[in-house]
Design a protein around this ligand. Sequence first.
Ligand code: P6P
Length: 337
Amino acid sequence: MERPITLGEFIVENQKDFPYAKGELTALLSSIKLAGKMVNQKINKAGLAQILGKVGTENIQGETQAKLDILANDIFISTLKNRGEICGLASEELEDYISFEDDINKEAKYVVLMDPLDGSSNIDVDITVGTIFSIYHRISPEGTKVTEEDFLQPGKNQVAAGYLIYGTSTILVYTTGNGVNGFTFDPGIGSFFLSHPDIKFPKEGSIYSVNEGNYIHFPKGIKKLIKWMQELDKKERRPYTARYTGSLVADFHRNMLMGGIYLYPQGSTSPKGKLRLLYECNPMAFLTEQAGGKASDGEKRILDIQPSELHERAPFICGNSEIVEIAEKFIRENKED
Ligand code: P6P
């Protein structure tokens, strides 16, 4: 029986996707694959290895860091640095970006932005978490120190983006702008195998993912959208089904496979929403568009937003284009001054 190809074989087979790279992006994606295996192993035995729970320190977001957050951050930084393909890295867990100035990395072409363990508040209750990554070609000259400009690029400049989802199985999903493909990890062999080729949002969706506990704080247009999704209209598959895990990667992955919309709107307590533009919204927006969906902040395309700071937040709506456009219509028609 023909076996599915491995992630490594797929990357080599699709080398043509990276016209200007001479294997650097291939090596970089392979280092992400290695770090993902190492984090996966830590997560799977977290309860036993006493690495559950909060470590007490706070990250730049003022969120208490769980031990696995820090472990995952350290694993990705060291693994990507050792492969020598990135000149800089920014992480949700670090206040500022890191500039790799050793000889091999200083000449590297790429910078990586990441959320090493998204949804980490779910770790202690054994709910799916994930790693999100976003890759850009540097703007500053090779051989020089990275600058903030290398990181503050609009999402449309991404050369690759993806996530690892540590769920009932561990899957690596990524795009280089030529579609979206998913690879499931086989721990018995230690390799990722192509399991979700050319992922596309189903034509119709009927799942919505939003933290309705924030309903009172939502703008009028979002409140009207949520009520609309809950009305009975069999022809339009309404009422939609509510599914929300508190892990962006888990909610996004399910909605991309089954069809639906994820929303983290702005609210009176969070004027720009909660999700970070650079290492949550942009990579998920790149994947969304490559899978035939749409990603906006309610008014404009996420990938067109020019970032002004590393940890800036943005309201985030992504999923089936049809439903995202309905959401944008409700927002447009119920603008509040
Ligand atoms: P809330 C996790 O902290 C995260 O960034 C996303 O993974 C998740 O979708 C969202 O925040 C959950 O936020 O406010 O609903 O708990």
